[in-house]
Ligand binder design. Structure first.
Ligand code: CA
Ligand code: CA
Length: 183
């Protein structure tokens, strides 16, 4: 009988140790969540929900499309992937409305590229073909020198654009799309 009580005490001690570990992990996780949320809030100019996704736009200060995409991935999303005309209309209306109060914002990255498959636009993160293409007049114009995509916000159209510019000019805003399951 005494042996059984000792066994139970050992098990209870283990259980108590596990509880402490879970509590510690929970507090670590909550700390990380609030760090990520705070950094997202710090760069968010405006946000909106559409169908299954949350969208947020940043200021116009990013010159590298891949870096922009990785930033969106940090928050559980990706640079916006426009799957159909309805989403295109939502995205361009949303961006246009922000540019009314922030007239300095005229361009935003889209998560699509034709790098390595010139003229065939695919989503940067999901890899699928992008079929809804609403080009600006005379675009796409850049050939192999312009393998990423932005939205020209005042005109609500797409433009092929260099994925990276080192000159610090012609920076773009970031529009991240985050599936609701990751928000
Ligand atoms: Ca190209
Ligand atoms: Ca172009």
């Amino acid at each position: 009988m005494n042996i059984k009580v000792e066994d139970m005490e050992i098990k209870l001690n283990k259980l108590s140790g596990l509880e402490n570990k879970v509590t510690h992990l929970e507090s670590t996780l909550n700390g990380l969540k609030s760090q990520v949320d705070n950094s997202k809030d710090a760069i968010t100019l405006a946000s909106a929900n559409y169908k299954g996704s949350h969208y947020f736009v940043t200021e116009q200060r990013y010159g590298n499309a891949q870096e922009a995409n990785r930033l969106c991935q940090l928050y559980g999303g990706y640079l916006v992937e426009i799957n159909d005309r309805q989403e295109f209309d939502f995205v361009t209306d949303f961006l246009f409305n922000q540019s009314v109060s922030h007239p300095e914002i005229i361009g935003a990255w889209v998560g699509a590229t034709d790098e390595g498959h010139e003229g065939s636009w695919r989503f940067m993160t999901s890899g699928g073909n992008m079929s809804t293409l609403v080009w600006q007049h005379l675009e796409p114009s850049g050939g192999a020198g312009e393998n990423c995509m932005n939205i020209e916000i005042p005109f609500k159209v797409m433009n092929d654009y260099p994925c990276f510019r080192g000159d610090g000019m012609h920076l773009q805003a970031i529009l991240c799309e985050i599936p609701h399951r990751n928000v």
